[in-house]
Design a protein around this ligand. Structure first.
Ligand code: CMC
Length: 432
């Protein structure tokens, strides 16, 4: 390895060649393999992209070894303590924190655009009440793609800005519509006199023509959870938004693809899976059995809310959520929460267990978030929907970055083909 290049030998030809090293502002450097196939005739192999940087990005930095997460250079702990979710959206989308005037204007812009068109709301009619709200949300976003299909040119900045605004403004309204649909309640539109989180709570839990009362801790907790989930660099759903967006697809459809990718239990669906797991663990005495199941190679069971591709240390978001979890339960008068007790005990046991220590498996962002959602009255199937409201900020920031990046090409990985070589076609009468 020289200062700038990495020297390799082509295993097929024995030829020595260089890979250019590129440096980021912090974090590991990369070896540029873009010409390795055209010059050397070989592909690189990296299932799950564990060691592959798919793009250059200015948005979010994670140091998984040291449990560090920063949006645009600001540590997550500082943003969680001092910001509102809309401030964080502004930061992610524009690169800088807003001043007071900018924030006031942004809040007004988001609030003013929060109504959903009737045709988008009508999407609900195609769903039974027992549908999963993630499928409804993803369909509503596709319906938005249909609604805005002839009025968006992704090459025009003003149209991209309108798209950004519509997503941040209207996805909470779509999420609330999905929630009311699955709980058999009629749709309650946005209240533009309220802040972002208060409005979400009202659209979820409010009643028509009656004053909406909510505990301030609920909106404080929601604001915190939205900030912590807002972005996480090239995770599965964000990479999905970038990948689908790279084909030039209608961007509402790219966000819908992100929602779909987020739904899985290995990704955003873990918050729902954690509560299912804690419910399944009947009592604290049964925790050891579940820890043993998680360690058993022949059992597919995993401790949900544990482990992370990037963090090999405590997920900094989990530490913040854990603290908020205690505060919420205390303030909502649920001091004795069997679910929280089980979670704390499970964490304690796992963190002392050789298997989890050796594999660097720590609680992640989803381990405690479901307990907070439950305490503020949000049902399990909606947890990942809230995650999606938050992650829209990151998806948009990455989609915009990708569109403006001169290095962007359609995402098109290669493969190591391991199938049959060419063979002769037998007419059906000759096949056995
Ligand atoms: N319980 C038990 N064993 C685990 C767990 C777990 N939760 N997570 C990983 N392992 C083991 C795994 O069996 C493997 O063992 P071995 O090396 O002996 O084969 C080793 O640890 C590495 O696991 P991996 O699956 O190769 O790691 P990955 O980076 O591909 O997967 C993960 C990361 C988050 C999908 C995984 O840890 C997991 O399935 N966790 C549970 C689901 C979860 O909580 N997901 C939310 C992630 S945070 C929210 C988000 O950003 O989406």
């Amino acid at each position: 390895m020289t200062d700038k290049n990495y020297i390799l030998e082509n295993p097929d030809t024995g030829e020595k060649f260089f890979l250019k090293k590129d440096l980021g502002s912090i974090g590991p450097s990369v070896l540029d393999v873009t010409s390795i196939y055209s010059k050397q005739g070989i592909f690189t192999f990296d299932p799950g992209f564990a060691a592959t940087a798919s793009c250059k990005s200015d948005i979010t930095y994670i140091d998984g070894e040291n449990g560090i997460l920063m949006y645009r250079g600001y540590p997550i702990e500082v943003l969680a303590k001092s910001s509102s979710f809309l401030e964080v959206c502004f930061l992610l989308l524009n690169g800088e924190l807003p001043n007071q005037d900018e924030l006031n204007n942004y809040e007004k812009l988001i609030s003013d655009n929060s109504n959903l068109d009737k045709t988008v709301l009508n999407t609900l009619k195609g769903f039974k009440n027992d549908a999963h709200p993630m499928s409804i949300l993803s369909a509503m976003l596709n319906s938005m793609a249909a609604f805005y299909h002839d009025s968006i040119d992704i090459n025009k900045e003003d149209q991209r800005n309108t798209f950004n605004t519509n997503i941040i403004s209207q996805v909470p309204t779509a999420a609330a519509a999905a929630f009311r649909h699955i709980t058999n309640k009629s749709f309650l539109g946005p209240d533009k006199s309220l802040g972002y989180c208060e409005n979400i709570l009202k659209m979820f839990f409010g009643e028509k023509d009656s004053e909406f009362k909510f505990d301030p801790i609920s909106s404080e907790a929601l604001n915190l959870l939205l900030i912590l989930h807002a972005d996480h660099e090239q995770n599965c759903s964000t990479s999905t938004v970038r990948m689908s967006g790279s084909s030039g697809v209608n961007p509402y459809a790219a966000i819908s693809a992100g929602v779909t990718a987020l739904w899985g239990p290995a990704h955003g669906g873990a918050n729902e899976a954690v509560i299912n797991m804690l419910d399944e663990i009947g009592s604290i005495d049964e925790i050891d059995t579940y820890v043993d199941k998680a360690k058993d190679k022949n059992d597919p069971f995993r401790l949900m809310g544990f482990g992370h591709r990037v963090y090999k240390n405590y997920d900094p978001r989990a530490a913040i959520i854990r603290e908020m979890c205690h505060k919420v339960l205390e303030q909502l008068g649920e001091k004795n929460s069997p679910t929280l007790d089980k979670a704390i005990k499970l964490e304690e046991i796992a963190l002392k267990d050789e298997y989890f220590i050796e594999k660097n498996l720590y609680p992640n962002v989803d381990f405690y978030s479901g307990i907070i959602y439950q305490a503020i009255g949000i049902p399990k199937s909606m947890f990942t929907v809230i995650f999606a409201i938050a992650r829209c900020a990151g998806w948009l920031a990455h989609w915009n970055e990708m569109i403006k990046d001169p290095l962007t090409r359609i995402g098109r990985p290669r493969q190591l083909y391991t199938g049959k070589r060419k063979r002769n076609y037998l007419p059906i009468k000759d096949r056995r």
